[in-house]
Structures are given as structure tokens and as C-alpha cells.
Design a protein around this ligand. Structure first.
Ligand code: GBH
Length: 512
């Protein structure tokens, strides 16, 4: 009797204790990440490596664009040295180790491996660099997640026209073969292409980046066609020659803001759905939908506008049934970059012709959404949850790896706003996992280190480690956000008091 009473009391106390200590805030069903959930940090070759013309590396389109147009880079800078990761990769790995990351998402520089872009000349020193990086990662039990192409196309391939030329898909397949052959024994997660939607923006608007064309509504659509073919070729190549022995997984990283109807009118709700198809379905539908190919709404609208412009065919190229079939299903998991949210309203804006114009959508921001140092990046955590739900509804519940998420400021070690960003987005991620049953198995913080932020130069900082670019040692110094992530990863939970920078108390009760 006394024993049962004591047990009941203990249970009640435990429940209370659980409520006050382990229980989540803000309607969270649990603060704990599911078993096996992976945390990583990301970088990209061009943004960190430097050594742009050393050890046999060839010139790529971002070298060319930054060197020819310093006036197009916010601070007139370039990535000739950047974080000098080519020489300092061990410091990057040390930062990963110190924070406790499970994996590192980095990219390989195509022109460091194939200086001419093609396989007739393989640069041994390029292979050597990535072999040493992989060795260092393996020594610390950090899983490599490797992007083959993060925007830095070899210049000789741009001289052939770049992605609008379909032959580039074959050259990408050749490059992929070299990577699988040399690194596939150790790399089990491959991302073929990073953010094709961002790549094609630089064919439409020269100021956004390399190659720096203003051929909107034409070259961008042609580039997308080759990018999707290139991805699918690399995927099938892996299937045919490497999967059986190497047993890895291959995907492509897609990105989009969540597009929220600006008002609740039927027009705006339809516009938001149309925008999701134009900015995300564009890439996801050919690969992940049951029927494949570009979304019907894109094909229809671009055909209609093209004919009205006096053309004889659509500016959006057509896939043959064979290509539709070849591209569909070419991903072993869903890789997704998420940063922000935009409103979508019905209406026309943008140049004639352009993707923006073809979409029939006007995008905007809510002035109430908190800002970052990047004009396009507003802090809207609930957008992540809505987007993950939309992906699940549209394409089924394939395992999702969030391959980028992060926040920019103007620098400094006490980056409270970045901690707030990570914590609030991770809260929404937990809701998506536990309440909505979204199948997310990992999360990647962008970025491990401050780096060359493309056309923004070094003016917008995304790192959880600071790099002072005027310090000849380019030391990696942990920001407060690195400490916060260290705690989250150590406890595998959104422990309390992350913003205050206090060490959390140990959790006793798991609330699920
Ligand atoms: C990622 O791109 C990149 O993968 C990474 O290299 C980069 O450093 C990082 O994010 C931070 O920028 O205004 O919503 O229409 C994201 C780059 C910039 C691409 C904004 C789309 C316009 C999007 N995005 N851009 S939006």
C-alpha cells in the first residue's frame, strides 16, 4: 500500500518534473529529434576553396565573372583566396568536429578535377585534394555528403554555350563517372546539382551571377532542360555501374521559398499554387511526380505566351516520352534547401519574355517578417513546415534531407539572430516530423564558415564560424550559434535556454 502510494507520488513528481523540464514550449510535441536523425553543415567549393589557379585547377565561370566584373560584386571582391580551404581544410574539419556534426556537405570543383571540363585530362592534384579531405573526415567519423556541381561550370564548357547546349549533359555524366570511380568507395550520399533554379537565374539576369546572361525566358528554359537530363544521366550511370558495389544514395538539391497566398482570395490561392509549380514543380515534377515531365500549368502558359509573341513553338523545350521516363524517379531521397517565404498574388510582372512573366504571379514580402542581411531572406519559420507538408502531399513521403538552412547578418561572434533563426526553424521542423509525419531524416546548417556569398561578396555572412578575411591566418572562430548547435547536437534535442547561452540541464523525461 505504502509502496504503491510512493510509486504514484514518484510518477506524479516525474510527470511534473517532465512538464517543467522536459516538456516543450510553443506547442511542440517533443524537443527530441528522432533516433538516427543526422545533423550537418554545408559549404560549396567556389565559396571556400580559393586556390583558383593553383595545382592545375582550370578556370570556371565564376572565376571569369568575378574577374571580369568586380563592379557586379557588392564589395568588388572575388573568391581567389576566400577561406583558402584548399590549404586549410583541416581547420574546417576541426570546426565540424568541435561542433559535433554527423556529416559535412561540401562540393567538388569540376575544373579542379577536369581543368578542361572534359575527361581527356584528369588533374591528379585535384583528386589528391579531395582524397585528403575525405581521409580527414573519415578519421573523425564525419559522413561526407558530396555535391558534384555547385554552380562552378568549367569555362571551356561555357564557351560551348553552357547549360543551354545539350552536350553538357554528356560531359556532366563523364565527370560524374570520374567522381563515382575515385570517391564512391567512401561517399555514400551524392547530390548531383545544387539548386538548378538558382543556376538558371544567372542565364536570365547577368547581375545575379555567372555566366552572366540576360536571356530571360529563353536561355534559362533551355538550361533547365539540360540540367534535368544531366542529373538523370548521372543517376542512371550510378544505377548501372556503381550502386551494386558502392551502395550509396543519389539525389539533386532543389530549393524554393514557401509561397503563401497574399490574400485569401481564390485568385491569390491559385496564384500561390501556380508559383509553387513554376519555382519548384519545375524541377520536382519531372523527377518526383507519378507522371513526370514539367508541370502542365507551365507547359500551357509558356506555350500560350510563346505563340502570342509570334513564335512557332514554346520557349520551354519539350521532353520526348523517352526522356520523361528517363528522368522520372531519379532520386533516392528528397534533398531540399529552405531559407524563406514569399507572398504570391495573381498578376503580371517581369520582362517579356521571362519565367516571372510566364508564371502570372507577383511575389512580395510581409513588412512584418524579420529581415536578415540578405534582401531576399526574411525569417518565417512556419514556411518550412508548410513547404515540407506540400512536398509530402505532392510527391509522396520520400525521406527528406534538408541540405541547407541558414541566416545572414553583417558579422560578429554574438549572433543572437542566427541562433533565433535556427531554433525557430528547428521547432517547425519538429512539428512537421511529429505532428504532420513528414519523413525528414537530416538537417544541414548553411554555412560552416563565413564565405564568398556570390554577387554579395563578403558583405553577407552565413557562417556559424567566423572567418576574418583580412587576417592572414583566416582563423575559424566559433560564433555563439556554433555553441548553440553544439548543444542541440549533443543532446539531440532543442534544449532550453539556447538563446541565453546557458548550458542546459540534463533532460530526464522524454515527451513524445
Ligand atoms: C544557397 O542559395 C546556395 O546554395 C548557397 O551557395 C548560398 O551561399 C546560400 O544559399 C545563401 O545564399 O528571392 O526567394 O526569389 C540560395 C540563393 C538567393 C537563390 C536568392 C534564390 C532568389 C530567391 N538564393 N535567390 S527569392
Amino acid at each position: 500500500m505504502a509502496a504503491t502510494a510512493a510509486m504514484a507520488l514518484a510518477a506524479a513528481l516525474l510527470a511534473l518534473f517532465g512538464l517543467s523540464r522536459g516538456s516543450p514550449q510553443g506547442g511542440l510535441p517533443s524537443r527530441d529529434f528522432p533516433p538516427g536523425f543526422m545533423f550537418g553543415a554545408a559549404t560549396a567549393a567556389f565559396q571556400i576553396e580559393g586556390a583558383w589557379n593553383l595545382s592545375g585547377k582550370g578556370e570556371n565561370i565564376w572565376d571569369r565573372w568575378t574577374h571580369q566584373h568586380p563592379d557586379w560584386v557588392a564589395d568588388g571582391s572575388n573568391a581567389d583566396v576566400a577561406c583558402d580551404s584548399f590549404h586549410r581544410f583541416k581547420e574546417d574539419v576541426q570546426a565540424l568536429v568541435d561542433t559535433g556534426f554527423d556529416f559535412y556537405r561540401f562540393s567538388i570543383s569540376w575544373s579542379r578535377i577536369l581543368p578542361r571540363g572534359t575527361v581527356d585530362y584528369v588533374n591528379e592534384e585535384g583528386l589528391w585534394y579531395y582524397n585528403r579531405l575525405l581521409t580527414e573526415l573519415m578519421a573523425h567519423r564525419i559522413t561526407p555528403v558530396v555535391t558534384m556541381f555547385h554552380w562552378d561550370l568549367p569555362q571551356p564548357l561555357q564557351d560551348l554555350g553552357g547549360w543551354p547546349n545539350p552536350v553538357i549533359a554528356d560531359y556532366f555524366e563523364d565527370y560524374a563517372r570520374i567522381l563515382f570511380r575515385h570517391f564512391g568507395d567512401r561517399v555514400k550520399y551524392w547530390i548531383t546539382i545544387n539548386e538548378p533554379a538558382s543556376i538558371i537565374e544567372s542565364y536570365a539576369n547577368s547581375r545575379l551571377g555567372a555566366p552572366g546572361l540576360d536571356d530571360h525566358g529563353v536561355a534559362d528554359y533551355q538550361a533547365s532542360h539540360t540540367l534535368l537530363k544531366a542529373h538523370a544521366k548521372a543517376y542512371h550511370l550510378y544505377d548501372k555501374y556503381f550502386r551494386k558495389t558502392q551502395k550509396g544514395r543519389v539525389s539533386i538539391t532543389l530549393n524554393s521559398a514557401w509561397l503563401e497566398p497574399r490574400t485569401n482570395s481564390q485568385e491569390d490561392r491559385q496564384a500561390a499554387e501556380r508559383a509553387r509549380q513554376f519555382y519548384f514543380g519545375y524541377w520536382a515534377h519531372p523527377i518526383y511526380s507519378k507522371i513526370g515531365d514539367y508541370p502542365a500549368v507551365m507547359k500551357e502558359r509558356i506555350m500560350r505566351n510563346s505563340l502570342a509573341e509570334g513564335r512557332f513553338r514554346s520557349r520551354l523545350p519539350e521532353f520526348s516520352p523517352q526522356w520523361v521516363k528517363f528522368i522520372r524517379g531519379t532520386a533516392d531521397f528528397f534533398a531540399y534547401n529552405h531559407y524563406t517565404t514569399r507572398y504570391a498574388a495573381s498578376g503580371t510582372e517581369g520582362e517579356i519574355p521571362s519565367l516571372q512573366r510566364d508564371s502570372g504571379v507577383i511575389r512580395s514580402y510581409d513588412p512584418k517578417w524579420p529581415s536578415s542581411a540578405s534582401s531576399w531572406l526574411k525569417v518565417v519559420p512556419w514556411g518550412l513546415r508548410k513547404m515540407l507538408n506540400w512536398i509530402k502531399k505532392e510527391y509522396g513521403n520520400l525521406p527528406v534531407l534538408i541540405t541547407e538552412n541558414g541566416f545572414s547578418d553583417h558579422g560578429g561572434l554574438h549572433d543572437k539572430d542566427r541562433i533565433n533563426y535556427f531554433v525557430s526553424y528547428l521547432q517547425e521542423l519538429l512539428k512537421a516530423i511529429y505532428i504532420d509525419k513528414c519523413n525528414v531524416f537530416g538537417y544541414t546548417a548553411w554555412s560552416l564558415v563565413d564565405n564568398f556569398e556570390w554577387a554579395r561578396g563578403y558583405t553577407e555572412k552565413f557562417g556559424i564560424y567566423q572567418v576574418n578575411f583580412t587576417d592572414p591566418n583566416l582563423a575559424r572562430i566559433p560564433k555563439d550559434s556554433a555553441q548553440a548547435l553544439r548543444k542541440i547536437i549533443k543532446h539531440r534535442a532543442l534544449v532550453p535556454n539556447l538563446l541565453q547561452g546557458e548550458m542546459p540541464e540534463p533532460r530526464v523525461v522524454l515527451v513524445t
